[in-house]
Design a protein around this ligand. Structure first.
Ligand SMILES: [Zn+2]
Ligand SMILES: [Zn+2]
Length: 302
């Protein structure tokens, strides 16, 4: 029994990273969205009848880690993230690792996250119709977390799967080199406009009675981070390393598997600084960032 099902759609809970929750669709076209939850339950779904399609919301290991259990299924992924599925080197290069990290990632992704290179059978695009039989979904391209991140909307069932816009307390993640802060904001604003009964997410609580205010609060953590950063800079200029050490987002240094959260913290703070510089609220002089208190729309120096 699934703790959530509606029509042919049900929810399979997964554990923490490198796992996520999955959405399964038991219709004439049988599908798993984000096959990285409970290995045994996904395999059992495949034993009942073949799984026709694996949909992966974006190119992150905690969403594709059981794709390799379904080699005969077709793989559907947004075109912007598709190359990362076909080449391990391409995928790793996205994270701009140093020599030592490259080996660590290769080992981790192959052994722990079951990375097997695979061509994408169908490239997804925004507003594509996904026909599973009685169940019809829409691709909602919601980039920012990754360039090809997608959410999936099932209007007939009133279900909106937000994937990694996961509504967790900590707030959204845009800490990869190819993540984008402005796109994150735009994507969350767009998701707020969609009328659904239920939100499903890939992490955390997983099942929510739909309410745009929940997404609004989640979006709001971005502005809280920004406020804390501006507050820090108002107390004196800081380098990016000094800002990272403050742990505005994740607290102290942490790592999960091969993933170093200090790197994510640094990337996210850097994206905030770039945004604030574009807005004329922060200036950079040499390697230090400072709050622009001159009242001018742009910095007078640096
Ligand atoms: Zn992700
Ligand atoms: Zn994830």
């Amino acid at each position: 029994m699934s703790e959530f099902s509606r029509g042919c759609i049900s929810f399979v809970r997964g554990g923490r990273y490198p796992h996520c929750h999955s959405v399964i669709i038991d219709d004439s076209v049988r599908a798993i969205i984000d096959a990285a939850s409970d290995r045994e339950r996904l395999l059992a779904f495949g034993r009942d009848r073949a799984v026709d399609v694996i949909v992966t919301s974006h190119a992150h290991e905690d969403h594709f880690m059981y794709n390799s259990l379904f080699p005969a299924s077709r793989l559907w992924v947004h075109e912007a993230d598709a190359p990362a599925f076909a080449s391990l080197q391409y995928f790793i290069d996205l994270f701009q690792p140093d020599e030592e990290e490259i080996e660590l990632w290769k080992e981790y992704l192959t052994r722990e996250a079951n990375y097997v290179p695979r061509e994408v059978d169908r490239m997804l695009h925004d507003d594509d119709r996904l026909d599973f039989g009685r169940t019809v979904g829409r691709v909602i391209h919601t980039p920012g977390h990754t360039p090809g991140h997608c959410s999936f909307y099932f209007p007939g069932e009133g279900v909106l799967y937000l994937a990694d816009w996961d509504l967790v307390e900590a707030g959204p993640y845009y800490g990869d080199p190819n993540s984008d802060l402005d796109q994150t904001i735009t994507s969350l604003e767009r998701l707020m406009e969609i009328r659904a009964d239920v939100y499903l997410t890939a992490h955390g609580k997983g099942i929510f009675e739909a309410d745009p205010r929940i997404i609004e609060k989640y979006l709001g953590t971005i502005f809280l981070r920004e406020e804390r950063l501006l507050d820090l800079l108002s107390r004196g200029p800081k380098t990016l390393d000094e800002i990272t050490d403050q742990g505005i987002i994740y607290g102290g240094a942490k790592s999960i598997g091969a993933w170093n959260l200090a790197v994510s913290e640094r990337n996210m703070m850097h994206k905030h600084l770039q945004k604030l510089m574009r807005q004329g609220l922060v200036c950079r002089e040499n390697d230090k960032y400072h709050a622009n208190s001159s009242g001018l729309s742009s910095c007078t120096s640096g």
